[in-house]
Design a protein around this ligand. Structure first.
Ligand SMILES: Nc1ncnc2c1ncn2[C@@H]1O[C@H](COP(=O)(O)OP(=O)(O)OP(=O)(O)O)[C@@H](O)[C@H]1O
Ligand SMILES: Cc1cn([C@H]2C[C@H](O)[C@@H](COP(=O)(O)O)O2)c(=O)[nH]c1=O
Length: 213
């Protein structure tokens, strides 16, 4: 397994993202995915959005905990993303690393677009400006019923601004993910996240093996 292409074309890493509603079980799996590539000798950069740089982590604190309107929320997640891309993601991909990122722009389409009802055409414009064409090579979509995710969250931690939202919000976020992924099915591996951690891990392995990764 090598993600590094010939010297003539320069190194090229892989950008892998993990998505799903809060409580889907992403954090539970991420280190296992990273270890798979690390064990194969690859550099793995584990990161997250919003966040991943000192500036973006400060913006994350605001987005998760300060009251604000949806336009402000949207601009802050894209501002955090711009810094993260420039400082972490693009340099790592240029070195030939695997970047494993907990959430990316699909979350903006799902949460701000689906959950908050923000205009998707504006999101698409911001996406173009901020990302200059950068998209994940592979996205794991941890999909499960919002009721199950809510029970998991309630048992795990105190809620932030998003986690305090009701089932209707997370139903809209889930639909937002489904709509977003309809447009790019080839880059998305849907994971049935309602099953136990071992069964989730087996689906991830199968998706990677199906891609020769
Ligand atoms: N497959 C699973 N089956 C049952 N419980 C799970 C499973 N995966 C994770 N959990 C539990 O559910 C809770 C939420 O999991 P986790 O923090 O991994 O979710 P998450 O998707 O990272 O959430 P968030 O996006 O909000 O950070 C934790 O208590 C975790 O132990
Ligand atoms: C990238 C991104 C994230 N969000 C929301 C989704 C989650 O509720 C939080 C991040 O918390 P996590 O525990 O790290 O998953 O932020 C969003 O609304 N829009 C985005 O673009």
């Amino acid at each position: 397994m090598s993600f590094v292409s010939s010297p003539a074309s320069g190194p090229r890493g892989r950008f892998v993202t993990i998505e799903g509603i809060d409580g889907a079980g992403k954090s539970t799996q991420v280190e296992r995915i990273a270890a798979r590539w690390r064990d194969a000798g690859l550099e793995v950069v584990r990161t997250r959005e919003p966040g991943g740089t000192p500036l973006a982590e400060r913006l994350r604190e605001l987005v998760l905990h300060q009251p604000m309107d949806t336009l402000t929320e949207t601009l802050l997640v894209f501002a955090a993303r711009r810094d993260h891309l420039r400082e972490v993601v693009e340099p790592a991909l240029a070195r030939g690393a695997v970047v494993l990122c907990d959430r990316f722009t699909d979350a903006t389409f799902a949460y701000q677009g689906g959950g908050r009802g923000f205009d998707r055409a504006v999101l698409a414009q911001l996406e173009g400006w901020v990302q200059q064409g950068r998209q994940p090579d592979l996205t794991f979509w941890f999909d499960l019923a919002p009721e199950i995710a809510a029970r998991r969250r309630a048992a795990a931690r105190a809620p932030d601004r998003f986690e305090s939202e009701d089932i209707a919000f997370f139903t809209a976020v889930r639909a937002g993910y489904a709509q977003r992924f309809d447009a790019t099915p080839q880059r998305v591996a849907r994971i049935d996240a309602e099953v136990g951690p071992e069964a989730v891990a087996a689906q991830i392995d199968a998706a990677l093996e199906a891609r020769g990764w």
